[in-house]
Design a protein around this ligand. Structure first.
Ligand code: C2O
Ligand code: CU
Length: 518
């Protein structure tokens, strides 16, 4: 058992002081609400834009607003922050090579409804409480449109971002990235999906339309009055908590939903949008998921996966075949949690084609191509006082320290993530996609004392469903995790960080800069 699993199992959040009683979700009736599907975003019009002069580019306008939504039949509506009237927000559908613009308008209230920690970087009392900036996770986007954490805007203001969509078909997602309060803004509901389609994927004739269904998973603590509860530390001056785990697991915003399916194949697009929780998904009938894609698009080959691990920020593209399951009820769960019920109808349905075994060619990046290897330590800050809550750091540096990672545009680097902590940290780099080379256990004590990497076992290759293109990698505890990255697309300032949002807000995020070759 890892430390994280222990924390998740011990109801860490419920043990912290809570002002109102927390709801035990297991007291609620299960599977009384239909799964809701986020609406599709509607284009607002066309506009010329500086990146593509002389061309008309579609524009979307998404307003961030305070909304109320029912998460369960027997609970009053829950206050959230969403886009237009939805959380998760409306889904954007884009085509490869066809650019679009989105105006992200902040129309939120002036005050936050979740506990801000003003001692965290960039979240001081000198800045407004409500600040947002939207980032397209996994997008190859120019730096000025990437949603740099310090480029936030306040209520009444908006930001227009340009998305070129020059990348392979996959499911990206958009979410808030504001300095020091990302965990709270995302907890409030500021995220949504962004699909990129292309011909390569369409040639596979995968289930589509009502047979392609997004499943966005996130955990929350709910008070007995139906409202969201985000716990605090007990130190009023520093309310930050190191990780958040809630007992209510929502799918697309609903608790314990059911989904009626026909006895045929479905394609599910999964996203872990949780602050800290990892999922270990499986089906009650032991049927494996047929995984066809990960963060950055299709895998090389279809893969049967019985237990699907998903860290915050990760996506999985899976196919489930209900053909032999007429009349059955199958539940999706994660360890001891029940998440969703599939109800297979008994009526016949037109069968879709079987999913091909081979999906696409994925060229491995040769290690020889790397012009640089960067050893990067993932660690806690140093202090002689054991009672002090210390930030998590990337290579011993804080957000405001000068840029140290400055790869050259169109070169390949290996980033060697040396995790000396007892936690798995899902590390995400903006702008790029990458491949996982391997993970290798090392002697943490020797490393901390002598800065010497002494390996204790052989390197293990990535799991089969991690062998495609990724943008999040689980840097496992007491392991060196190596990724290989081609820095392509744009030069400029981006960020890399841990996708455990509590870590990200407490210094486990660093700027990096792609520089042009001279
Ligand atoms: Cu999903 Cu920097 O974020
Ligand atoms: Cu972390």
């Amino acid at each position: 058992m890892t430390r994280r699993q222990f924390l998740e199992g011990s109801l860490a959040s419920a043990l912290l002081p809570s002002p109102a009683g927390l709801l035990d979700p297991n007291r609620l009736s299960k599977f009384v609400d239909r799964l809701s599907i986020p609406p599709l975003a509607q284009r607002a019009g066309f506009q010329t834009n500086p990146h593509a002069p002389g061309r008309q580019t579609p524009v979307y306008r998404l307003r961030m607003r305070q909304i109320e939504r029912k998460i369960h039949r027997d609970l009053p509506a829950t206050r959230m922050w969403g886009f237009e009237s939805a959380s998760p927000g409306p889904t954007i559908e884009a085509r490869r090579g066809e650019a679009l613009l989105i105006e992200w308008a902040n129309e939120l209230p002036q005050r936050h409804f979740l506990p801000i920690d003003h001692s965290l970087h960039g979240a001081g009392t000198d800045v407004p409480e409500v600040r947002t900036i939207i980032h397209l996770h996994g997008g190859r986007v120019p730096p000025e449109s990437d949603g740099y954490p310090e480029n936030w805007v306040t209520p009444g203001k908006s930001v227009v971002s340009f998305y070129p969509n020059r990348q392979d078909a996959t499911m990206l997602w958009y979410h808030d990235h504001a300095m020091g309060i990302t965990r709270l803004n995302m907890f409030a509901g500021l995220f949504g999906l962004y699909l990129i389609r292309d011909e390569e994927e369409e040639a596979l004739d995968l289930p589509k339309g009502s047979y392609e269904i997004p499943l966005v998973l996130y955990d929350r603590s709910i008070r007995s009055d139906g409202q969201l509860f985000y716990p605090v530390s007990g130190d009023p001056a520093k309310p930050w908590i190191s990780e958040f785990f809630g007992e209510a697991i929502l799918v697309n915003g609903t608790l314990f939903p059911f989904l009626e399916v026909e006895p045929r194949q479905y394609r599910f697009r999964l996203l872990n949008a949780s602050n800290s929780r990892f999922y270990y998904l499986s089906l009650s009938n032991k049927q494996p998921f047929q995984q066809i894609g990960s963060d950055q698009g299709l895998l090389a080959a279809r893969l049967a996966v019985e237990r699907l691990t998903m860290a915050p920020g990760e996506r999985a593209d899976v196919v489930l075949d209900f053909k032999e399951r007429r009349g059955e009820r199958i539940t999706l769960g994660s360890d001891r949690y029940t998440i969703l019920e599939f109800r297979v109808s008994s009526g016949g349905a037109a069968e879709s084609r079987p999913i091909p075994g081979r999906l696409r060619a994925i060229q491995r990046i040769d290690e020889q191509e790397a012009v640089k290897t960067r050893p990067l330590t993932l660690n806690g800050g140093d202090s002689d006082d054991p009672t002090l809550v210390m930030p998590m750091l990337l290579n011993g540096a804080r957000w405001h320290d000068p840029v140290t990672e400055n790869p050259t545009l169109d070169t390949v680097e290996i980033w060697s993530l040396i995790n000396v902590t007892d936690d798995s940290h899902p590390i995400h780099l903006h702008l790029v996609r990458f491949q996982i080379l391997d993970r290798r256990p090392f002697d943490v004590f020797t490393y901390l004392n002598d800065r010497e990497l002494r390996y204790t076992a052989a390197a293990v290759p990535p799991e089969a469903n991690e062998a495609g293109w990724k943008d999040v990698v689980r840097a496992e505890p007491r392991m060196v995790t190596r990724i290989i990255v081609r820095f392509e697309g744009f030069a400029g300032r981006y960020v890399w960080h841990c996708h455990v949002l509590e870590h990200e807000d407490f210094e486990m995020m660093r700027p990096y800069e792609v520089v042009r070759a001279r």
